[in-house]
Design a binder for this molecule. Sequence first.
Ligand SMILES: Nc1nc2c(ncn2[C@@H]2O[C@H](COP(=O)(O)OP(=O)(O)OP(=O)(O)O)[C@@H](O)[C@H]2O)c(=O)[nH]1
Ligand SMILES: [Mg+2]
Length: 321
Amino acid sequence: MSLAALVISGDRRALSRAITCVENGDPGARALLEELYPRVGRARRIGFTGPPGVGKSTLVSELAKHWRSKNRTVGIVAVDPSSPFTGGALLGDRIRMNSVGMDPGVFIRSMATRGALGGLARATCDACDVLDASGKDVVMVETVGVGQSEIEIVRVTDTTIVILSPESGDGVQAMKSGLMEIADVIVINKADRPGADVLETQIRSSFELSTSRLPPAIVQTAAATGKGIAETAAAIEAHTEKLEREGKLREHRAARLRFRIARLVEEALSSRLAHDPAAAAWMETRIEEVLAGRMTPGDAAEEVLDRLTQGHTRRAARLAK
Ligand SMILES: Nc1nc2c(ncn2[C@@H]2O[C@H](COP(=O)(O)OP(=O)(O)OP(=O)(O)O)[C@@H](O)[C@H]2O)c(=O)[nH]1
Ligand SMILES: [Mg+2]
């Protein structure tokens, strides 16, 4: 049986190997994804982001329990873009300690930073595809959201949950960082601590002041005690049902794909430039031209682009022979 067939059959070790394969961009990754792709698109994908320590992992594992109690299988990708290696592993461990990791209906995978953040976003997308193809009903992605590039990682999902807590001025920070704009549901976690109502009022009034959009659903939770979990799940389901009812789920996914494919094109070009000594040498000659004032950087870029794509087409033609 091929690795893809094993993944589809629900083999956990195969699933783990397949995610490693796409995460590392191994030579077989492309063929693997091609074989899996007819199965992709059934899972509900939900992204969770928010400042460090607000309770994202706790909420995600409580939601996993909730969906398991409804007999739905769950995949979790825990991403920590800010800390290399151990960060990602720790996130997974924390969830695992919460016992959902022992359930065969839950598959948890941690991802740490490898190279550029763009690479991490790609690896996360691919890992979600693999989990989706493996038949998981719900795929959750957790990432610390502090900046625009981290926010990109959750943009691979159908529904985005922004989690805040009454502590440490999260609300003000989130408004500034653009985190609110991507929220389909806002969760105020640690509602057992003082200040949750104040934060909710702050958030509501900030949406009233901005004419751009209506406030999304806001739910207060105390994930550590399981309070508000069912309400959060209901708000998430209401959002996806609304997308479906309005026929927007497809449009929403198309928009995500547009962004994802554009990123892949950029990455492919940079990688081709890095691995094509002739093109790189030729670029040096264009730089000389620009320095001598005979060409603009924009024209040079266009010529490099032509050269890279032509070179590739020629190589493809040669390989096809
Ligand atoms: N008081 C209180 N503490 C909570 C609640 N939810 C989580 N915590 C605690 O907050 C701490 C951080 O929780 P995590 O779930 O690891 O938070 P996180 O957002 O995933 O953290 P990072 O992934 O490191 O950014 C842990 O000690 C939790 O036990 C809650 O509802 N109330
Ligand atoms: Mg976490």
